[in-house]
Every structure is written in structure tokens, then in C-alpha cells.
Design a protein around this ligand. Structure first.
Ligand code: GLN
Length: 506
């Protein structure tokens, strides 16, 4: 039992009778990204189900029951205190809404047609889901629509091969370099091996490496189990017609497999036909963006599922897998993607992309229209928008304040307050280096604190001549008034700083 204090109870908006309806209670959790179906809420739902409903079917939670609920789950306390990795979750999701709607206007792209069953998918489907390492979720659009995983499954089979056999053995059969050619090109590296585990040849190779002793049915169940553990809630489904459709039109994949066999790339006694069959089955596993985002969140959380707390993959495996995704996950666009977006990601010809922001969240996007590289057209656009709004690029610094980009890991006013306070302090100390740095990262020199005090006020009051010069030269307004009606000149006069008065009166 966890102790809950009265402040926590007070943070909940009760009605006049000191009660809150169960729906409002769940709405409050949902605002913070915690949904009713969250398996961590099972004991909470049990307690609520034991409450009597009133005439209109509503269950009222009084303060005593709430205390009991809070004691049951640390998650509830964390949620009411907004202590998750994204504290201002509704602010964050408002930006996601904006991005989603903006990209929705993008049309075009071609649905993949080399697998007949893929060609018949509705081109306008569009979904975005995110899941943080604290299990905060948010989804938009067709997020419950299922699609076949296709190549988005490739990192998983690679991860499983690493876990089972270790890096050395796995990479005796598959390389680590981007191929520089299309995902199904008939080519191997100089050692006669597939270039990397995320193109078809490499994925066929990983399919041959994992669980070699298992019978086909057992092996497929094993994969479904892993996908279920990765997303923590749902068991993925299987699209048999997709599987049959791909299998009957897979000359290129057969050719790749035989080419690898000819080069002695497989371990001895590999049954190529069986391996290909398993590979096609994996491509025809179905997911939606909600499931895929939760699986991606497990990767963001170093292999531990945020909902079940189960360690699905070792952190070392996740690290290797993400490195591979970073350099090879986006087909022929991989270099460009890692340059512009700077996140590990994997796309598939069904139009799905999953991305990982380590220690923060997983993201899944689905839209079947593909660009000329075979990546979801809207998927790439969403990724671009995300990194333009947020400091998600791997090399966006978390240390240096970047006023152009939001950091959702921060409390609502933290970024702004930090930037303003740093500037005001630097100005009062006459620290020009720090002022230049803050200006360079985009901090507005005219920004003021809660009392309306600007950097110029402080520099004037503290007789920091160089700081005043710098501010004036770089566009700081001369006459801002603070909450007491005083301008920087008033401050300088009060303290009789002659040089500053002269500068400000000029
Ligand atoms: N099943 C597809 C194939 O092997 C997967 C390719 C992809 O998504 N890029 O061709």
C-alpha cells in the first residue's frame, strides 16, 4: 500500500458533494495519456466495478475510495502529479493534432502493387500513434485499422537472432552496412553475404538463423508471442491471403535465397523453401499503429515493455538493433533519413513506419501511399514535422536550450522560464558570452519574467554597460515597462548609472 497525501486528493476536481464520476476520473487519466484499457489499471477497474452505480449507470468515486485507488497504484499518483516523461501531455498532443492534420493534406504516392493483395488496400488510410516509455498513449486517424507488417518486422527477427546466437555468429551470415541499392536488389556484399539484416536478403538470413530446432508452427507461434510481449497488450493477427499472395509472386525473394545458398551464406542444412515460407509469414503478420507504437516504446525503453514491465529484449540487443535501424532502416533513403530526421526507424511496403526516440517514446505511422524510395509519403512528412517542432533529432542537444524546438520532456513552462531566467541573470551579471549563446539558440532578447523585467532592465540596474550595448545593438526594445511601470532608463536613473543613462537616452 502506497501512502497518498491530501494534496494529491486535492489535485482531483471533485464536485460539490466531494465525488467524481468514474467517467470523469478516466477522462482525467486519459488527458495524461493513460487509457482505460491499460493493463496496469486492472486492480483500479476491479475496485471501481465493485462500486454501486446510480440510476443513470454512473459510479461515483468519493474521497475515501480515491484514497484506496491511489494506494493501489503508483501509476495513479504519478498521473495526477503529471510526473510522466511527458508532463504536459495535452500540450504535446495538441501539437501532434496539428502535425497530423497538416500532413493529411498531402496526397499522392503509390500503393505497392508488386504483391497483389497490397495493391487493393485503400490508399487514403492514415494513422499516427505514439506511446511513451511511461505508457502514455495517443492515437489519431485509422489507428485501429490493421495492415501487414511487411519489412517493419525485420528488426524483430534480427533482434531475436542476436539474443539467441550472439552478435558474432549472426554477423558471420549478414553484414552491417547499408546496401546503397533497393531492398530487394539481387546483390550481396564482397563476402557473399547480405549487406544488412534490414533488407530482404538479410531478413531472409535472420529468418533462417532463429529457432532452427522448432517446427514451423511452433516457430510462428514463437514470433507472435514476441510481438505480443513487445506491444504488451494485443496478440497480432495473421493475414493469410496476404501471405499466399506474396508467396505466389515472390520470384525475387526466391532468387535472393538461392543466390545466398549458392554463395554458401546460410548455415549448413538450411532448408531454403522453409525459411522463405517463414519469412513470408512474418511479412503477413498484422498490426495497427497502436500496437506498433507500443512495440516501438519497448525499444525506446531499452527492451522493457512499459505496460507489463516485462524484459522482452536485452538492452544490448536493442542498442544493436536501433543502430542498424538508424543506418539501414529506410531503404535507399536511409542516409537522408538519418541526416534529416536523426532517428532509428523501419518502414515497410504496406506503408507503415515505426520510429524510436530512445528514453522517450515509440511512434508508428501508417499511410499506404509510397514515395519513389518505397517509404510512406505521409510517414516521412510526419517525421519531418515532428523533428521540426520537437528536439527529437539524435543530435538536437538536450543540454543547450533551443528556443525554436520544444522539449516535451519538460514541464509546461519550464523551457520558457529557464530561457528567460538564464538571459536575465546573464544580463545582470554582464556575462556577454552567455548572452550571445542564448541569443544564438533563439532566446528572444525582449522576453520578460513574470514581473515584466527584461534583460535590459537588469543590465541597466546593475550598471552592465557592455550588456546594455549588446542588447540595444541586437534589437532589444529601449522602453519596456515592468509591472511597476518602470523602464530600463528609470532603473539606471534610480541607481545613478551615468553611462547607462547616456546609452539609453541616445
Ligand atoms: N514482403 C515484402 C517483400 O519481401 C517486404 C518488403 C518490404 O516491406 N520492403 O518483398
Amino acid at each position: 500500500m502506497i501512502k497518498s497525501d491530501n494534496n494529491l486528493i486535492r489535485a482531483v476536481s471533485f464536485n460539490a458533494r466531494n465525488e467524481i464520476a468514474d467517467k470523469e476520473f478516466f477522462d482525467m487519466l486519459s488527458q495524461q495519456g493513460i487509457e482505460q484499457y491499460d493493463p496496469r489499471l486492472v486492480p483500479v477497474r476491479q475496485i471501481l466495478n465493485s462500486l454501486k452505480t446510480d440510476k443513470s449507470g454512473v459510479r461515483k468515486i468519493d474521497q475515501k475510495t480515491l484514497t484506496r485507488l491511489l494506494g493501489e497504484k503508483r501509476l495513479l499518483q504519478q498521473t495526477i502529479r503529471k510526473q510522466q516523461i511527458i508532463p504536459d501531455f495535452s500540450g504535446f498532443t495538441a501539437t501532434l493534432d496539428h502535425i497530423f492534420n497538416h500532413v493529411k493534406k498531402v496526397r499522392g504516392g503509390e500503393v505497392a502493387n508488386y504483391i497483389p493483395q497490397l495493391a487493393s488496400v485503400a490508399p487514403d488510410l492514415y494513422a499516427l500513434s505514439i506511446c511513451t516509455i511511461d505508457g502514455q498513449v495517443y492515437s489519431l486517424g485509422d489507428h485501429t485499422t490493421k495492415f501487414s507488417l511487411q519489412s517493419t518486422n525485420k528488426p524483430i527477427n534480427y533482434a531475436l537472432a542476436l539474443e539467441e546466437l550472439g552478435e558474432e555468429t549472426v554477423h558471420r551470415h549478414v553484414g552491417k552496412e547499408p546496401s546503397g541499392v533497393s531492398f530487394n536488389a539481387l546483390t550481396l556484399n564482397a563476402r557473399g553475404l547480405p549487406h544488412n539484416p534490414l533488407i530482404n536478403a538479410g531478413a531472409i538470413m535472420c529468418s533462417s538463423l532463429i529457432q532452427r530446432q522448432m517446427a514451423a508452427a511452433e516457430k510462428f507461434d514463437f514470433i507472435l508471442d514476441v510481438w505480443q510481449k513487445l506491444n504488451g497488450i494485443d496478440r497480432p493477427t495473421f493475414n493469410n491471403s496476404m501471405y499466399l499472395s506474396e508467396k505466389s509472386s515472390a520470384d525475387r525473394n526466391f532468387a535472393l535465397a538461392y543466390f545466398m545458398r549458392e554463395n554458401g551464406a546460410f548455415p549448413p542444412n538450411t532448408n531454403v523453401e522453409k525459411v522463405l515460407d517463414f519469412y513470408f509469414q512474418c511479412c503477413a503478420i498484422e498490426s495497427n499503429t497502436d500496437m506498433l507504437a507500443r512495440a516501438a516504446a519497448t525499444f525506446a525503453n531499452s527492451g522493457v515493455n512499459p505496460f507489463t514491465n516485462e524484459k522482452v529484449l536485452a538492452p544490448e540487443t536493442v542498442k544493436k538493433c536501433l543502430s542498424m535501424m538508424h543506418s539501414c532502416g529506410m531503404y535507399d533513403y536511409s542516409g537522408e533519413f538519418s541526416f534529416r530526421i536523426g532517428l532509428p526507424a523501419k518502414s515497410g511496403v504496406s506503408g507503415a513506419i515505426w520510429m524510436v526516440i530512445p528514453n522517450l517514446m515509440g511512434i508508428a505511422i501508417y499511410s499506404p501511399g509510397l514515395d519513389e524510395c518505397g517509404n510512406s509519403l505521409r510517414g516521412i512528412k510526419v517525421a519531418e514535422e515532428l523533428v521540426s517542432h520537437f528536439n527529437f533529432h539524435h543530435y538536437d542537444s538536450l543540454k543547450v536550450e533551443n528556443a525554436q524546438k520544444q522539449d516535451p520532456r519538460r514541464k509546461k513552462y519550464e523551457t520558457k522560464v529557464n530561457a528567460v531566467m538564464s538571459l536575465v541573470f546573464a544580463a545582470s551579471a554582464g556575462d556577454l558570452d552567455e548572452m550571445r549563446r542564448l541569443h544564438a539558440v533563439g532566446v528572444d532578447l525582449n522576453e520578460s519574467d513574470y514581473d515584466g523585467r527584461t534583460a535590459l532592465h537588469l543590465a541597466a540596474a546593475e550598471n552592465q554597460t557592455e550588456a546594455v550595448k549588446y542588447l540595444l545593438k541586437n534589437g532589444a526594445h529601449r522602453d519596456p515597462v515592468d509591472r511597476w511601470g518602470a523602464t530600463p532608463l528609470d532603473d539606471a536613473k534610480r541607481a545613478r548609472h551615468k553611462d547607462i543613462i547616456a546609452l539609453l537616452e541616445k
